[in-house]
Write a protein of this length. Structure first.
Length: 567
């Protein structure tokens, strides 16, 4: 299908090959590599990004740095978003060992059981909650930190350490107390039986370090001697006679082919996995033809179904100087960094997201559709602190937006960034759901538990009250929560919009799978790092053909009066 350089042909003949070639050393790719190597398979993992060593990546409190550094991030931005006044939002994805698990906020959320039951109902047979729960348990090494929870719902021997912060700032207790005063339940473990309610937030941090997919999975995989990491830029999948036989890469100034004896597995993100499929001739036929790409498999769904979580920072100025703002100076930051470097302890050892909540926006909503991340400082992801100084905030947004976007090719050149259009806020219900987020969050901060701390509302501001005023604020201030997914949707083989079948095999091509957040039929209820790793775990068992883990019959908690009551 393609003309290769002489160097590529020579390398093809000389034999850089393995049974399985994985593109992307991110959350899912690392999990796949670990399980395949553990089973004795020969694996090559291709990763374009560089080293994850150093405090910018490994220190949890430094999380705002790597996601804003071109060294670690692909630097993608959306196309102008028509419903957000033409704004182009940043869309970070990790270009580093560990992928986005090395630049994210380290928040660990499984999602709600109903999310996965919806997957199965949408055609992802075998991905119901009772069938994915064993994989969440297999990957976890859970540490409750003395904060409670039901150990029967958690894993205890897996490679992914999941911990909780100390929650010693008084604002964390105020947040949970305010939730109970407002009539919401407390949940001791939102990743256990009951997601709905207020309680401690969990993080992928262990012994003071970011516990990324690289630390949890890839480094142990490389010790198996069956796994090799190759630093290269994946250009396309090589397909011969309808079968994937390798990956064309740019490496050390040459174009080479890395051969796959059994399968190629794409785990390159919700942006780059569909891009690679399209560059390889798999995607919407007319779109590929417009770029001069020969069509191997005409799959209309490649790049479609793009989803994300949007959020705002609802910020309050603090009456008391108890927030993390007191450390927002060079001397304090230096002392925190020095302590972390020496002991892996102190404020540097937490992502500071230590309390959370999941609530329903209105009666008749079956399970939570709003998530809160509480933070005891008023600051943005880019590290810009609020001008008022001492403050705190809740990151809040709807979990199940009806809006859908797409990832398309800008060019047939592999080096060109894909075009990303989320089509945010394109459905009227999104605006209604976001207004509910603003008003419900204000109600939480108006409770008696926050009376000693609330000075005034920084953002949106107390003068923003009507639907029209809130909508105008949202249009200018909503930001991505960096949870893109869905662009290689999993579904039934006879579904024309599905890209992969329920075993993650690309429909219409042999020897090729996609095994990352691209395959999610619908976005789960929370942060995507945990579900992405679970996907890698489960897809590995499909690849190995050794049988899936037995279903776990646990049922997720639903509010007993959800049809008639909002709380």
């Amino acid at each position: 299908m393609y003309l290769y350089t002489r160097n590529a042909i020579l390398n093809w003949e000389s034999g850089m090959r393995a049974e399985y070639v994985i593109v992307g050393a991110g959350s899912a790719g690392c999990a796949l590599a670990y399980r395949l190597a553990e089973a004795g398979r020969r694996v090559i993992v291709i990763e374009h990004g560089g080293s994850d060593a150093g405090p910018f990546v490994q220190m949890p409190a430094a999380l705002s740095y790597p996601m804003n550094m071109r060294r670690y991030d692909w630097g993608y931005r959306t196309q102008p978003e028509p419903h957000l006044g033409g704004r182009r939002l940043v869309a970070p994805r990790g270009k580093v060992i560990g992928g986005s698990s090395s630049i994210n906020g380290m928040v660990y959320v499984r999602g709600h059981g109903e999310d996965y039951d919806h997957w199965e109902a949408a055609g992802a047979s075998g991905w119901s909650f009772e069938q994915v729960l064993p994989y969440f348990k297999r990957m976890e090494h859970w540490h409750d930190g003395g904060h409670g929870g039901d150990p029967a719902w958690r894993g205890h021997e897996g490679p992914l350490h999941v911990t909780r912060g100390p929650r010693d700032n008084p604002l964390h207790a105020a947040f949970v107390a305010a939730g109970t005063e407002a009539g919401y339940p407390v949940t001791e473990d939102y990743n256990g039986h009951q997601q709905e309610g207020f309680g401690p937030m969990e993080m992928t941090v262990w012994k003071g370090r970011r516990w990324s997919a690289a630390n949890a999975y890839l480094r142990p995989a490389l010790r198996h001697q069956k796994c090799r990491l190759v630093r290269a830029f994946a250009r396309r999948v090589v397909i011969e006679g309808g079968r994937a036989v390798g990956v064309e890469v740019a490496r050390k100034g040459r174009v080479e082919i890395i051969g796959a004896e059994a399968e190629v597995i794409l785990a390159a993100s919700a942006f780059n996995s569909p891009k690679l499929l399209m560059l390889s001739g798999i995607g919407p036929g007319a779109h590929l033809a417009a770029h001069g790409i020969e069509v191997v498999a005409d799959r209309a769904g490649v790049g479609q179904n793009l989803q994300d979580h949007l959020e705002i920072y609802l910020q309050m100025a603090s009456l008391q100087p108890v927030t993390l703002y007191r450390y927002w100076n060079l001397v304090s930051k230096g002392m925190i960094g020095a302590r972390w470097l020496l002991t892996k302890a102190g404020l540097g050892a937490s992502n500071q997201f230590e309390s959370a909540a999941f609530v329903r926006s209105r009666a008749g909503v079956k399970y939570p559709d709003i998530q809160f991340h509480f933070l005891p400082i008023a600051v943005r992801y880019d590290g810009k602190v609020a001008a008022e100084g001492h403050g705190f905030q809740a990151h809040v947004g709807p979990m199940r937006s009806a809006s859908r976007g797409a990832v398309t090719l800008a060019s047939a050149e592999a080096a060109a960034a894909p075009e990303i259009r989320f089509n945010y806020m394109s459905c009227e219900e999104d605006w209604a759901d976001f207004r509910a987020c603003v008003r419900l969050t204000r109600e939480i901060f108006a409770q008696e538990a926050f009376a000693p701390f609330v000075k005034h509302e920084i953002q949106p501001g107390s003068d923003i009250q009507s639907d029209a005023e809130i909508d105008a604020f949202l249009k200018d201030h909503v930001e991505s929560a960096y949870h893109p997914c869905g662009t290689c949707r999993m579904g039934a083989v006879d579904d024309p919009s599905a890209v992969v079948d329920p075993e993650a095999r690309v429909i219409g091509v042999e020897g090729l799978r996609v095994g990352d957040s691209s395959i999610f039929p619908r976005i789960p209820n929370g942060n995507l790092n945990g579900p992405s790793m679970m996907t890698g775990e489960k897809v590995a068992d499909h690849i190995l053909g050794r049988g899936l883990l037995p279903p776990d019959r646990g049922a997720a908690w639903l509010h007993p009066d959800w049809q008639a009551a909002q709380r």
